[in-house]
Ligand binder design. Sequence first.
Ligand code: UT7
Length: 322
Amino acid sequence: MPPRSILAGIGAYLPQRIVSNDELARTVDTTDAWIRERTGIQQRHFAAPHETAVFMATESARAALADAGAQASDVDGIIVATSTPDQAFPATAVRVQAALGATKGFGFDLAAACAGFVYGLSVADCMIKCGQAKGVLVIGSEVYSRILNWADRGTCVLFGDGAGAVFLRAGEGAGSDRGILSTHLHAQGTLGDILYVDGAVGQPDKPGHLVMHGKEVFRHAVTRLAEAVQEALAANHLTAADIDWLVPHQANRRIIDAMGRKLGLPIDRVVITVDRHANTSAASVPLALHDAWKDGRIKRGDLVLLEALGGGLVWGSALVRM
Ligand code: UT7
């Protein structure tokens, strides 16, 4: 029986600077009321110059290792999901490896936008199951404040910065029902133009800003994520009543509420951080997971369903027994 990937520790990092909707409304043509009503967002964290993807990923990784009672020497793989790396290469993951003082195994970045953490969990789980790694850090770290178009009020009010990490440890397999039970990943590249960044280091004079056709993304998010959740439940012969906690991608409170309704899940079993963090893309799911783990809502033994969707479109789920 292949080993299970146990979520041994969870960590997070949020930039110190908190920006309220009212503060944004001083420079952007918007209002606190519009942002709250349409998205549920009340504030977001914005990174200072030193709070880069590498810096925040490293801090969240340190916290995850400490939570697991693990050392850098226990790490033999690092996957960082990010769309906002410090450099095109080396990968954020190897910078994190060096900063932690880890010396073994592999490190690479993964580009799957807001679904990056769920994608990373899936890849790490496969590597643990096939025996290639025993201790893998999966990190989502994003500084979207650096790629926002401040002239586009339809997007610049929606995002925030931060990082979240989990330390996965190869478990015993037989005798334990803890760990990642399933992951399901999807992509539909034909929808690549409804949410994208219009440049990159490979394009001359185009550093790139985020562009989103919000209504279309909203519509796909509700449909695709509901399908992903049903897929995870069916694959594990479960119903929504078996799920202790839903930890959804934190893009919009209205999407999260719609998901809860479709599942028939009471809202007090859904973890919500979009009000305080806004949309932190690949960091959003691990930040939300950390929030409910740290304050004791999510406990060892709980069945937790993670889901996310992002530019690509890419989406997926992970079902975890904590
Ligand atoms: O993380 C990846 C996944 N991302 C998502 O899931 C995001 C999905 N999309 C959404 O969450 C929503 O579509 C938005 C929050 C982005 C937008 O909400 P909406 O209800 O679809 O609003 P809208 O874009 O249709 O805009 C409605 C009105 C427009 O004015 P008119 O044309 O009706 O006069 C906009 O110009 O609201 C206006 N508006 C704003 N007003 C004040 C747009 N942005 C703002 C703003 N402040 N920031």
